[in-house]
Design a protein around this ligand. Structure first.
Ligand code: ADP
Ligand code: GN1
Ligand code: MG
Length: 359
């Protein structure tokens, strides 16, 4: 494998001689490696092309967003982030396709950075959310029509619901019996999907270029100051809504437990963390989001927690075909944490909305 990763790394315009390749990060979709050469460090990723079917176009989105961001950052003279870029292949492409049909992408490594799977304290939530807000602010004037919808209907909850119903009906892996409570949980909240569809169809929520995967570990913080220095995992940059980005932050910041925690008593909502994340994000975006968007931020948290839980459950029922899993029932465990978290949000909705109102 080292030899193969060396061969692939050398297809890109890297500096220095290849020294090593080591698996990196904890993503569910792509394979990530840290490449060390005698001169630099790089991030090499094997892109899951069954999910990202148009790798060339996806990388074009990323390049477009990063160039715009870097330019705006320079002009504003408020330089907080380190430069992040796609390293082109020696043939001038934004990826390299190997003889087995795998797609590879190389990026520069942001040194001196750390990422976390869980927000350890309010300051960390504040800085990470602020980084997502700052990223968004510098992309406020890009045209969504210039961005390719990398995964069509990615956050189309209605479509995900109708697929879920098909999977339930087919029961091809005979797993429905192991998830009766979770299935019931989804069915008792179908109104969330209807509410989202009506809201989006009303045109009251603007379509913007959004990140769409704002998990806390997709922000790099400076390892010493813990200030945000990059937003990464840009695969899903495409037209979306602020509700999705804010919502996925709510989902991944507010609980002290990991996404696949099996002890559900550890999945709790921390209002102080919520307050810090809301402040960090909104202070960056003051006047740049509409009242309607603001009024629906907590709803965004509910929707994203419900939708990701639904996606984990559907994948469990289908036989674990989408997300990487490390153990039997892994997707079911992930689904359970999401649904526990959604119940927590439901209980605290009024308090969360009043926190937003006070910012
Ligand atoms: P995935 O899609 O699998 O989640 P990511 O792009 O988020 O992959 O990368 C996985 C992890 O690798 C991140 O959480 C981060 O810790 C690290 N990482 C990714 N890109 C960089 C980078 N350019 N510089 C430094 N660390 C990075
Ligand atoms: C996946 O690639 P990663 O692990 O950052 C998924 C997200 C989910 C997330 C759940 C392309 O993100 O949509 O929110 O897992 N990405 C894709 O942890 O499906
Ligand atoms: Mg990631």
């Amino acid at each position: 494998m080292q030899h193969k990763l060396q061969t692939i790394s050398e297809k890109f315009l890297i500096k220095g001689n290849f020294i090593s390749a080591n698996p990196f990060g904890s993503g569910h979709i792509n394979d990530t490696y840290l490449i060390t050469t005698s001169a630099e460090k790089y991030i090499l990723q094997r892109i899951n092309h069954h999910i990202f079917k148009e790798v060339e176009k996806m990388n074009q989105n990323i390049i477009k967003a990063l160039e715009h961001f870097n330019e705006k950052q320079k002009i504003s003279k408020d330089i907080r982030f380190r430069e992040l870029k796609i390293i082109l292949s020696k043939n001038g492409h934004n990826h390299f396709k190997d003889e087995d049909g795998n797609y590879w992408r190389m990026m520069n490594f942001v040194s001196g950075s750390v990422s976390f799977d869980v927000a350890k304290k309010p300051e960390m939530a504040y800085e990470a959310a602020k980084a997502f807000g700052y990223f968004r602010r510098n992309l406020i004037d890009v045209d969504p029509d210039d961005f390719y919808p990398v995964i069509p209907d990615f956050h189309n909850l209605e479509m995900r619901m109708s697929w879920f119903h098909k999977v339930l009906e087919t029961n091809s892996e005979s797993r429905n019996q192991f998830a009766e409570n979770e299935i019931e949980f989804v069915l008792s909240r179908e109104h969330l999907s209807k509410k989202l569809s009506l809201l989006l169809k009303s045109g009251r929520i603007p379509i913007r270029v959004t990140h769409n995967d704002t998990k806390i570990n997709n922000v790099l913080l400076d390892k010493d100051t813990l200030k945000g220095i990059a937003v990464i995992d840009l695969d899903t940059i495409m037209p979306g809504t602020v509700l999705f980005d804010f919502g996925d932050m709510v989902r991944t910041f507010i609980s002290p437990a990991e996404e696949d925690e099996t002890d559900l008593s550890k999945v709790v909502l921390r209002l102080d963390i919520f307050e810090s994340l809301a402040k960090g994000y909104l202070l960056e975006l003051q006047h740049l989001i509409t009242y309607t968007e603001r009024d629906h931020l907590v709803f965004g948290g509910k929707i994203m927690t419900y939708m990701i839980g639904l996606r984990f459950l559907t994948d469990f029922l289908e036989g674990d075909v989408y997300y990487k899993t490390a153990r039997p029932n892994h997707n079911l465990d992930r689904c359970r944490t999401q649904f526990r978290l959604l119940s927590e949000i439901e209980k605290n909705e009024t308090a969360m909305n009043s926190i937003i109102d006070q910012i």
